[in-house]
Design a binder for this molecule. Sequence first.
Ligand SMILES: NC(=O)c1ccc[n+]([C@@H]2O[C@H](COP(=O)([O-])OP(=O)(O)OC[C@H]3O[C@@H](n4cnc5c(N)ncnc54)[C@H](O)[C@@H]3O)[C@@H](O)[C@H]2O)c1
Length: 335
Amino acid sequence: MTILVTGGAGFIGSNFIFYWLREHPGDRIVCVDKLTYAGNLQTLRPVLGRENFRFVRADICDRAAMDAVFGEEQPEAVVNFAAESHVDRSIADPGVFLMTNIIGTGVLMDAGRKHGIRRFHQVSTDEVYGDLPLDRPELLFTEETPLHTSSPYSSAKAGADLLALSYHRTYGFPVTISRCSNNYGPYQFPEKLIPLMISRALAGEKLPVYGDGLNVRDWLYVEDHCRAIDRILTDGRVGEVYNVGGHNEMRNIDIVRLILRELDRPESLIAHVEDRKGHDRRYAIDPAKIHRELGWLPETHFADGIVRTIRWYVEHRDWWEAILSGAYRAETEGM
Ligand SMILES: NC(=O)c1ccc[n+]([C@@H]2O[C@H](COP(=O)([O-])OP(=O)(O)OC[C@H]3O[C@@H](n4cnc5c(N)ncnc54)[C@H](O)[C@@H]3O)[C@@H](O)[C@H]2O)c1
């Protein structure tokens, strides 16, 4: 089968492409990515020359380009990772978030309807549920939790979810949605918490922690997320939402301390900075439905996954240093 993967030059999309081609070597992947600042073609180097892989630089908001690639490739399924994904950037400049995350999803679904795809999987986020109080640890997000967004990023993701569900109801379009908690692992852009802190610690620079650092996130190793999407694509019911989470709640400050310990750097590098506007306190996912219906469970324990991840960034300094210096854009500009 041919799967069209959008946003595959980013963090989770690239991990998904590596995962899929390893687990399903007979399938073909067509990756559509605009190569925004968050897209890095270097990441896809291991698969770029393969016969069953094609990279197309295009914007998912571009109707003509999407029509052309769907027409040429006739994909059976689409997995839509393409998004503007950084909450801080959405607070500074919401417009592009509305464009890519909502309009782009609509354009892709229209192309999918026209070309008769069999499945459209929308990769969403637990942030669409808003946040939970720190003093009610028993509360978890289920698929029935009302949407209650805090940032332009999460609002745009929620808009895409609603649009996707409406395409299912109105046109019978075969949509599934996964709402996943925070991912960590290789190839994450070094503006996000874990790679940012690792790169700063290795450089001996200050590690900026928002507010008191007590905000809680539920962390999942990226490959477990990829396996969850595989299960949903294979056996998930269309029109359904599946929460994906690791039952692994950690305070931001504890993650930062763990990274410093692992890299043998002093805690004096921590610098508390002014809190993010509208900062969500706690996210926690109840993944009971995907476990019950599809047998999915996370396989990577956080204690192992985080050490593996830290080592990956230590051993792949060239990957993230090229991003910090801007050198990673050179190949992109030549395209
Ligand atoms: N990172 C997380 O912890 C997390 C958790 C839950 C859900 N998600 C969702 O997973 C998806 C992937 O997240 P990520 O962390 O890998 O993001 P990322 O920012 O690392 O990658 C996004 C990719 O999308 C591409 N892109 C952006 N705008 C585009 C456009 N208009 N057309 C085509 N390509 C475009 C970028 O070039 C980049 O390669 C997003 O939809 C995000 O909302 C992420």
